[in-house]
Design a protein around this ligand. Structure first.
Ligand SMILES: [Zn+2]
Length: 67
């Protein structure tokens, strides 16, 4: 399952924004991952856990309304 909404590199490192409904492992309601390398960031994204915070619930509702 693809959990990645967006990814990019900047001066701080490699960023991954998770799709609605996922958070970084062990970091409830944290939807962005930063790591030194793309490989490390991707690995953390793979381990993302399901998120049901209010932001995700709202986003998922918006998505399902559009379908
Ligand atoms: Zn969330």
């Amino acid at each position: 399952m693809n959990k990645i909404a967006n990814e990019y590199r900047d001066a701080d490192g490699y960023w991954i924004e998770l799709k609605a409904g996922w958070h970084a492992i062990g970091e409830y309601a944290l939807h962005g991952i930063i790591a030194g390398t793309k490989r490390e960031a991707r690995q953390r994204a793979k381990e993302a856990e399901q998120c049901d915070c209010s932001d995700c619930q709202r986003l998922m509702k918006e998505i399902s309304c559009k379908l």
